[in-house]
Design a protein around this ligand. Structure first.
Ligand SMILES: *[C@@H]1O[C@H](CO)[C@@H](O)[C@H](O)[C@H]1NC(C)=O
Ligand SMILES: *[C@@H]1O[C@H](CO)[C@@H](O)[C@H](O)[C@H]1NC(C)=O
Length: 438
């Protein structure tokens, strides 16, 4: 057990005996015959947002998000079908021949060390998947901590896939967060499709998403880095806190992951926690129930329904009927150059907030938050003075169990928590919720 609160620390001192003082930030004691580690500081990892201006043009931003949304909805059916991994791999490969890979246009990357001595890899931070893997760009370097397993691994994503071999290795997320025997996928540049410019993924979604990705041990599931950090007593809770800030340049280190706790310096007020939704397929991801209304008249956009939060999606994606209601309410029209909705200056001046109700709390999403950052207009093929909106169409009607994706454009206005152990999602306002950044 690890306890992360100074208040509890004091209480425990009265009833327990101190065993060791391994470092200034943690303390191992016994309490009721259990080993207790107390940490005074949270482990927070900065991560960077990178926009690839080559890939952003020609509506690719939307195409990537749509491909991902479609994958989220179909993967359940695929996984449960009788089709074996080998057959899925073969069909993914043949589908990839001659088709340009649709790489992510916006990457959120964390530097992760693997092995001893470490090789550093730039990995996409993904709550929408849970396998961690390397080798798409920088080659995997085996060291004394690397051990091959009997398994091959194959994972499909909306905008790409990879295959390779499963290893276990030491994974260093931070000096105080070194995970032993983490199961990782190892690929090569020739066996990873859709991942130019990154080395792989650190998957921090639910462990169930890894089930069925290995062969021959198809019934195996893979504990995520969060799960292992928790079971190895490196963090106090099996959860991740995620902080982003709105960004207006093509490369910013404006994100922060906190493993094992929440960083109270990154949010304002209380965190609203809600159970992971029970509606499938959103329930397989970091899924939640939420409703959306528009403006002071409470115009319904999306009645309470299930969807997901996803750090691998850029836009705020809502079901087609909700998207139409949003267009009607705002007067926005599709822009063919960017794939986004656009409004006139007068319409923007009249634009009202969206209101997201999650649990008992309503979160305001301001007109400014609904706007694509103007400094990045030309990067997506828009005009300098254009007004583009980050709300878009998920590509199917509501009622399918995954009716919205709260992507990065939404997440950068809030602090969010994925609590694996508690099977719940948390959200709080931040100093950027109402900020006029665009
Ligand atoms: C790996 O990255 C960490 C964190 O950025 C850095 O401190 C370390 O020196 C790097 N190691 C190597 C071998 O590049
Ligand atoms: C940007 O995307 C292009 C096209 O996919 C790719 O060739 C290039 O390596 C990417 N650049 C970075 C920095 O990821």
């Amino acid at each position: 057990m690890i306890i992360n609160s100074n208040v509890i620390t004091i209480a425990l001192f009265l009833t327990t005996s101190v065993l060791a003082l391994p470092s200034s930030s943690s303390l191992i004691i016994t309490h009721n015959d259990k080993k207790v580690v107390i940490e005074n500081s949270l482990i927070t990892l900065p991560f960077a947002r990178r926009l690839n201006t080559t890939r952003l043009r020609g509506g690719n931003l939307l195409k990537n998000d749509l491909a991902r949304a479609k994958h989220f909805k179909t993967r359940t059916a695929t996984r449960k079908s009788k089709e074996g991994l080998e057959k899925r791999k073969t069909s993914a490969l043949s589908a990839a021949i001659g088709v340009p890979a649709t790489n992510q246009a916006v990457d959120y990357v964390l530097t992760v060390g693997v092995g001893s001595p470490v090789t550093n890899y730039s990995l996409l931070v993904d709550t929408g998947s849970s396998n961690t893997w390397v080798g798409a760009h920088t080659l995997y370097r085996r060291t004394s901590t690397s051990a091959a397993t009997v398994n091959a691994v194959f994972v499909e994503y909306g905008s790409g896939f990879f295959f390779g071999q499963e290893f276990t290795d030491r994974v260093t997320l931070a000096p105080g967060l070194v995970i032993e025997d983490q199961s990782i996928g190892v690929t090569t540049p020739a066996s990873a499709f859709g991942f130019d410019g990154v080395d792989g993924i650190i998957g921090i979604g639910p462990q169930d998403l890894t089930c069925g990705t290995l062969t021959p041990q198809v019934d195996e599931c893979i504990p995520t880095v969060t799960d292992n950090a928790f079971s190895q007593n490196l963090i106090s809770s099996d959860l991740v806190g995620i902080s982003f800030q709105p960004a207006t340049s093509t490369s910013d280190t404006n994100g922060e992951l906190t493993f094992g706790g929440t960083d109270s310096s990154k949010f304002t007020g209380d965190i609203t926690f809600v159970p992971i939704t029970s509606t499938s397929p959103a329930s397989e991801f970091v899924g939640l129930d939420q409703s959306i209304t528009y403006g002071s008249a409470n115009t319904p956009i999306l009645a309470t329904t299930a969807g997901i939060m996803d750090t691998g999606t850029t836009l705020l994606m809502i079901a087609t009927d909700a998207f139409q209601a949003y267009q009607t309410a705002t007067g926005a029209v599709p822009d063919s150059n960017t794939g986004l909705l656009t409004v006139t200056a007068d319409q923007f001046a009249a634009l009202e907030s969206l209101f997201f109700t999650i649990g008992d709390t309503t979160f305001e999403f301001t007109p400014n938050a609904q706007l694509w950052p103007r400094a990045l207009n030309t990067a997506i093929g828009g005009t300098t003075d254009g007004l583009y909106l980050i709300v878009n169409d998920i590509g199917s009607a509501s009622g399918e169990g995954l009716d919205f994706i709260d992507g990065m454009a939404f997440l950068e206005r809030f602090y969010t928590v994925y609590d694996t152990a508690g099977s719940r999602f948390g959200i709080a306002t931040t100093s950027f919720t109402d900020a006029e950044t665009n």
